[in-house]
Design a binder for this molecule. Structure first.
Ligand SMILES: [Mg+2]
Length: 331
């Protein structure tokens, strides 16, 4: 091998190693946040306190069990790795209801909006039109499963391409513009953190990009101005917990996860704060874990929690397959 060939090969290997660490940070972070929240899902804030990973509780599942948030994210990773079409992805969601991509072959948790979209798809509706589009259809079910798009698009500098892909993968379960705006903001913030920007710069950059790209008359802009503006104000991190709702409404969820990230200084403290907010603990834990993984990197995630992830072999297999997809792209 000539010197310049060796140099190219070395830098390729280095790129794949960085990608592997990013994927582990984001996906382990997601599964850990999910598993921390599962035992206390629906519980009222203040009625419990999570300081470490526990088992049983709400669904009586063993320690480390993750739910639909992680399963449907793995489904997206699998779909992207295979370069399959949208019906193939919807078929994976259908299979999830029968235990596919779960820790123990058992589906114990599925969001109402996602379940309705699956039903519409099964009745013959195209995947692109399967998501609910009323104002009541703005749950956090798309937000919780789209993080692999940030890994996929971190080097995509054309914002319009990113928006198109985010729309495509959000609409299959959530078609209201509010849900799509939440997905765009979330993925752009996640990309900023993956590219090693700090939280403040990432948040400011995301707001600037969004406002520059969408004209004031655009439906997304109206949603932003009315519902998401607060996420980008410095005062957000000064708000007391009583001002932070932790429901499954996508606006509440995005505000809660950014607040958890901005009011703590480690992976551990961010996810614990998230799962102690109550109600939709697994999804708020999962999304906070994803962002905190990207911000603090794999080395900062407690090893005992990584080792506690149920059926980690399955998650590692999906990470490897996704890496393999990038490896093929490099050639
Ligand atoms: Mg869940």
């Amino acid at each position: 091998m000539k010197l310049h060939e060796k140099w190219i090969e070395d830098s390729r290997q280095m790129g794949l190693l960085v990608l592997k660490k990013q994927l582990q940070a984001v996906i382990y972070g997601l599964a850990i946040g999910d598993a921390l929240g599962v035992p206390v899902e629906f519980k009222k804030r203040g009625s419990y306190s999570i300081t470490d990973m526990i088992g049983h509780g709400t669904y009586n599942q063993p320690l480390g069990t993750w739910s639909d948030d992680t399963s449907l994210t793995l489904a997206l990773m699998e779909h992207l790795s295979e370069c399959s079409d949208l019906p193939a992805l919807m078929d994976k969601f259908v299979a999830y209801r029968n235990g596919y991509l779960t820790p123990y072959g058992d589906c114990f948790d599925i969001g109402i909006g996602t379940n309705r979209a699956i039903e519409r798809y099964l009745s013959g509706v195209f995947p692109e039109e399967a998501g609910g589009q009323s104002e009541m259809d703005n749950g956090n079910g798309a937000l919780m499963r789209i993080s692999p798009l940030a890994i996929l698009m971190q080097e995509e500098f054309d914002f319009s391409n990113k928006v198109k892909i985010i729309e495509r993968y959000t609409k299959i379960t959530h078609r209201h513009p509010r849900s799509i705006v939440a997905s765009i903001l979330y993925i752009q913030i996640l990309i900023g953190l993956l590219l090693n920007n700090n939280l403040k710069n990432t948040i400011n950059g995301t707001k600037k990009l969004f406002l520059e790209y969408f004209e004031p008359s655009h439906p997304y802009r109206k949603e932003f101005d009315k519902y998401f503006q607060v996420l980008f104000e410095e005062d957000l991190f000064k708000l007391p917990p009583s001002e932070i709702a932790s429901t499954g409404y996508v606006v509440d969820t995005l505000k809660a996860v950014i607040w958890c990230l901005g009011t703590t200084n480690s992976f551990e403290s961010a996810v614990l704060k998230a799962v102690n907010l109550g109600v939709d603990t697994d999804t708020i834990g999962a999304i906070t874990g994803t962002l905190a993984g990207a911000l603090y990197k794999i080395e900062s995630i407690p090893e005992k929690w990584i080792n506690n992830i149920a059926n980690k072999l399955l998650i590692d297999k999906k990470i490897r397959d996704f890496l393999h997809y990038f490896e093929k792209l490099e050639y």
